[in-house]
Design a binder for this molecule. Structure first.
Ligand code: V47
Ligand code: SF4
Length: 366
């Protein structure tokens, strides 16, 4: 039994007890808890759920991030990554991408491929790359493309999203990362990435993937012009979809980073806001098995702290330089961590490091 929670606010106490009893809280209750719960209360609730679901385990994998191009048909206001007029860009060839996987060595178990939405590349262009990757490394897991990339490359090949996903699966796609969700609220979305696919389309791509047996991840971007209600409403839509499909593995809160983009005038939120967002995600998403701290973005120290606030997954060792965040001012400018460093970081937080594969099967316990 847990000690009685000493809170004078009766409504807050009722919501906290509901969480501790293992009952689902509503959108209104989630917003009330977010607005009125202090860090210690949210931390206590999130850590309790984290330990009920995942014990002392903290998962990581060994992966390679490849960003094929920064050419993009869109221009999201928060994005520091897409090639602006007059800037240098890159477009890796199919052979270069396959070569990167070959050079990464046999200890890598996953390749994560996400980039700009190139005007000319389609399902078959990327499919050829997948085919060659799988022929070089049949065992490697290919996790690729945000929902907006999937919509675009399917359409470009004259296919529906379902046909596009089915074809990508046949070429070797194993799962879909969580990017591109941003913020689902239509008004806020319009203001920060108005040209991009709608929230409904993001959810449809992931629902279709789940129906085809392709698991996926989910994200949000928090800390720009949205408020607590928008944040909870976003994860509420994810919780609803997960009830239907059970295809999400993990939720990854992404902190808005403000360097070199059109929203640079906005300050970044404090570490208190970061910790509260992660804790609320763990509390609210009762049907998501895992919550991930993407350490190249949030920094390894804060990621370590978050292991006591709901997080049980550390992403991967990431032995390359991902630019999506370094250009936006990420806490880690050249993210690379060896397995030994990862294991030490997790142990130093009092947690048990577990190397996993991309769908959370245990590879090695440390
Ligand atoms: O799609 C872009 C977001 C995403 C900024 O699924 C920004 O395992 C904050 O989705 N501030 C890419 N966020 C990263 C991503 C991801 C990373 C690690 C693991 C997984 C996974 C997914 O980052 C983009 C966009 O939603 N983003 N710019 C920015 N300035
Ligand atoms: Fe393009 Fe993705 Fe950047 Fe939007 S977030 S501009 S879709 S690369």
């Amino acid at each position: 039994m847990y000690p009685e929670i000493l809170i004078s606010d009766e409504k807050l106490k009722q919501i906290a007890n509901k969480v501790l009893d293992g009952n689902r809280i509503s959108l209104d209750e989630g917003v009330y808890l977010y607005d009125n719960g202090d860090l210690s209360l949210l931390g206590f609730l999130a850590n309790t759920i984290r330990e009920r679901k995942n014990g002392n385990n903290t998962y990581f994998n060994r992966n390679l991030h490849i960003e094929p191009t920064n050419t993009c048909v869109y221009a999201c206001k928060f994005c520091s990554y897409y090639k602006k007029k007059g800037e240098d860009g890159w477009e890796y060839s199919q052979d270069q991408i396959v070569e990167m996987v070959r050079n990464a060595g046999s200890d890598i178990t996953e390749v994560h491929i996400v980039g700009g939405v190139h005007p000319k590349w389609d399902v078959h262009y990327y499919g050829e790359i997948f085919k060659q990757i799988k022929s070089a490394r049949p065992d490697i897991h290919i996790k690729a493309f945000t929902a907006v990339e999937i919509s675009y490359i399917s359409k470009r090949a004259g296919m529906s999203v379902r046909e596009g996903l089915q074809t990508l699966k046949e070429y070797g796609l194993d799962s879909i990362p969580g990017g591109g969700a941003e913020i689902f609220d239509e008004e806020i979305r319009k203001q920060i990435c108005g040209q991009k696919d709608t929230a409904e389309q993001w959810l449809l791509v992931h629902q279709t993937a789940h129906e085809l047996g392709i698991p996926s991840n989910a994200t949000n971007i928090y800390g720009h012009i949205e408020n607590n209600w928008h944040r909870v409403e976003h994860i509420n839509r994810l919780r609803d979809l997960q009830d239907k499909t059970n295809g999400f593995n993990v939720f990854i809160p992404l902190k808005f980073k403000n360097k070199n983009n059109e929203l640079s005038y906005l300050p970044e939120v404090s570490i208190i806001e970061d910790v509260k967002m992660y804790a609320m995600s763990r509390i609210y998403l009762d049907n998501f098995p895992h919550i991930k701290a993407y350490w190249p973005m949030i920094g390894r120290d804060i990621a370590q702290l978050l292991l006591s606030f709901g997080v049980d997954d550390f992403d991967g060792t990431i032995n390359d330089s991902t630019k999506i965040y370094s250009r936006a001012g990420a806490n880690e400018q050249s993210p690379a961590m060896t397995t030994d460093e990862m294991v030490e970081l997790i142990k130093a937080a009092g947690r048990k490091p577990i190397e996993r594969d991309s769908i959370y099967n245990v590879i090695k316990e440390y």
